[in-house]
Write a protein that binds this ligand. Sequence first.
Ligand code: KG4
Length: 333
Amino acid sequence: MRVLGIESSCDDTAAAVLEDHRILSSVLNCQDSIHAKFGGVVPELASRKHLQFINAVVENALSNAGIQLSDIDLIAATQGPGLIGSLLVGFSYAKAFAHVREIPFVGVDHMAGHILSVFLGEEKPTFPYIALIVSGGTSSIFLAEEFHQFRLLGRTRDDAAGEAFDKVAKLLGLAYPGGPNVSATAVDGDPRYVRFPRAWLEGKSLDFSFSGLKTAVLSHVKQQKMKNAGLQLSDICASFQEAVVEVLVEKSILAAQTHNIFTLVAGGGVSANKRLREVFTKRCHEEGITFHAPEPEYCTDNAAMIAFAGYHKFNKYGAHERDQDVYSRSQLG
Ligand code: KG4
């Protein structure tokens, strides 16, 4: 079965073609340079750019796969969560495509795409597994029991991990999107330079909180400025990154141990972070847990994961009716 996946939940316009589980093409038009001057995504601009780019992105995905429109058997599009104006572009495009071609259509939860994105790599995990999904809008821990059977175990109570990276980047004067820039600046830094707070929360909570950490970085910057001391950017970035990574890794391991599960998966934009992957690999090895993460290009938003999740959703539940609407908050709990 050939599946066309479309993703437009935020500021990336993406399309991919999968033949069963094999990626034939994956194309992405990134809007980072458009939004960078505003320091974050401008929703109306993002949806207008999706409208402008979507046709070319889909055409490129088809031609890179060496196929034509008529070769597609199923179309899957991100239904939510995300920016409504952005979602509507990809979702309506996909519905119209399915209607004209008289093929089945399925809406996919973006989180489900991230939870399953690890299957796009060579090494596939086995169910059940714990999935840590960390992006610009989410920091959640799921128990994945099988395809499209997910249980939410913990979520952020305030900022998402990626949002914290982006906000800290902004207050340090680093360009948007902050995550990759903070991580690059941290490379030569000392992670023990400042002991920023770790929000473990009560008992064995699997929830996250990153707003206190962000405030602690801001206080440090203000104190240094009051002392007329220069900012040790690489040390601050390394110390901040270490605090985020430690909490993400230890809470994911706690989730695995609490539920007696021995496979752990990371997904979402922040899972591209090298230090996070390094610490996960080390700690999982120590705890006897197998760790998997997608290739970096499939950590951030992409349409291959939507096509993959759509294929399995269609196999399990069949096609969606054409009256489906988009949603801004994830339906996965
Ligand atoms: O999954 P994604 O592409 O989009 C959604 O938010 O759904 O994730 C983007 C987020 C941004 O906040 C970005 O700063 C962060 O992931 N990110 C990173 C890295 N690469 C992307 N954060 C830390 N380290 C990275 N290497």
